[in-house]
Design a protein around this ligand. Sequence first.
Ligand code: BGC
Length: 752
Amino acid sequence: MSSNSPYQAILDQLTVDEKTQLLTGAAWFSTVAVERAGINTVVMSDGPHGIRLQEHESLDMGSARQATCFPPAVGLGSSWDPELAVRVGTALGEECRVEGIHVLLGPGINIKRSPLCGRNFEYFSEDPYISGQMGAAWVNGLQSQGVGASLKHFAVNNQETFRMTTSANIDARPLHEIYLRAFAHVIKTAKPWTVMCSYNRINGVYASQNEWLLNTMLREKWGYEGILVSDWGAVVSRTEALKAGLDLEMPGPSHGPVELHQAVLAGELDEAFLDRSALRMIALAALADKMPALDKYDADAHHALAREVASRSAVLLKNDGDVLPLDPAASQTIAVIGEFARTPRYQGDGSSRVTPTKLDNALDAITAAAPNAEVKFAPGFIINGGGPEGEVLRQEAVELAKTADVVLAFLGLSGEDESEGFDREHADIRVEQRDLLKDLVAVNKKVVLVLSNGAMVTLSGWTEGTAAILETWLLGQAGGSATADIIFGQANPSGRLTETIPVRFEDTPSYINFPGDYDEARYGEGIFVGYRYYDAINLNVSYPFGYGLSYSSFSYENVKVTSNATGVQVSLDVRNTSSRDGREVVQVYVGALGSRVSRAPKELRAFKSVPVAAGGVASVTLEIPREELGYFDPLLNEWTVEGLTYRVYVGSSSRDIHATADVEVVGDAFTPPLSLSSTLGQWFDNPRARQALEEVLAKHPGTPGQGKVLPEVGTVIFKMMAGFRVNQLLPFMKLDVPKDELDAAVIKANQQ
Ligand code: BGC
């Protein structure tokens, strides 16, 4: 088979054996080179928030070369700033160029379906819109350096329990509207060099050999032309995977080439499949060849960027009486309590674990930032345990808190509490730490809680007495200094929640379905993930999606909302009504009023992080493309936009709305295909179909009064009959209508 590919001539030189070799890794993180054909190896590395380049191949995740550890996606996502993600991606790209890495294995953009997922720290949000925006920006930054991304994990990979075998059993609407949406956006707009398929099954079929997912959706619908790589070890049948469109099996070497070769010889695999994927691999190697080498990167500059990003990632949840920021010049006693201040939890465990170039801790940074203060430290607890020793530490910390002007309590989750490979069983931090906090607030009125955790923890019932809460997630290697920057006002918090913090873990939408039974996970909450659910059932939450405080205050002025054929336009002025420079994240949500299908009350459709100088005004414009208003219709098997009134909400969080406006949007034609298995009601909803059916029935009149004619539309009896299939109803009415007449009516009904 010959193609228009510029690499066809190279492919033509390859033997079947060489082609099969190209489609499997040479080693854990590299592909096979075919020197005589000029095809070089492609080197890959984890990813995503820093490079994990291992010195030797093993499952020992801690043995990587040093690299900058930026805040993981949980932090970066909380910045709500795609421009920041571009800068991080660019810096990562520079480091890759220095290390000779052609493809960095990220970003991870899976949806945080449950707070329990062990890898939530590697993902951006419970919402697909922000996940897609941040993911695309990250890819654009990285690929601007001539280094490829690997968008992962494709798809519907939202838990670690049974991650190698579980089937995400999911309906069409959540599949498209929640779980594939961000992938579609990144693929169409940022064109990642590679996409990594996930381990799990989707509705019973392994992602790695899911023809519908890999070929129909990714390649045909979204026009993806890059490489599809397996997650490490995700291939089940190499032949089936190749047929379904999976180009590269990782890691290698594996039995894959032999299996493929044998399948070709046995006539079970058309060599054209090898050619298709081998051509793509040659194209990838050619791209990799063009990566511009770099001698070195500026590690200090990258550390400074990591610090800036970290200060933008933390979310200030509470700040009673403006306890924060602390005055760095004041002479006061600051009690820093909690082992995490000295031993920071700054990244998650598993394949993304980076060996940082340096590591800041908050205790040192606080001590340095407040020269006139007396900073005293007490560990307060042992990170992974309690016991008598922990009790001694608790008492010592409480004594210290009694004497301090302010207490900074550093609590959080440990690497044993959450990690790649397993899910949590609850959303609490350890009881010793919760009890410690209760003791601290009993003896000191100014307790600032600083949390480090990769996934959401519930806060209700133990944090009430605190003066302030700073949720720092996992902040990367410069998180300690960034935290001090926020505490002393060098940085003004602007992070916003990308995941809701519910009052109780039991409130979470997937609570009764997560993680499923054995290897079957039912996505029973459908599209109602995260805030979509809490809003739909009008449930109180501790902190809503999009929420986060600032040391500044803002007002929204001149909000204008218009709509036209291309979409919805929003403009406004944001005024900083404080004396401190700050940043506001303007969020636009849209709800469809009176939709034909179930919809969330409102969904995030646009946002912008805007710097506003003290006392200044920033003009903001946001555009929502018309197609963003659509939903995936299971009858049409397509996205469609309804002609409706849409309510546009402009605010500072999903529950802090400053202005609403209604706009009319012209809809797409809605004519779902009809068959004789469609219901009478569906036929009657479509005027042409109704007419076609009535014409047929008129030719074969039944006996009135004996249930042999259709009842009047609108009557109770009609409503009862409306749910019948047409091919069920007619025999029921003892109407003998010839099949060819009915078939002709179907054709008429479906005419556009
Ligand atoms: C993880 C991927 C990672 C790969 C290579 C897998 O277990 O799921 O995210 O990129 O290993 O380390």
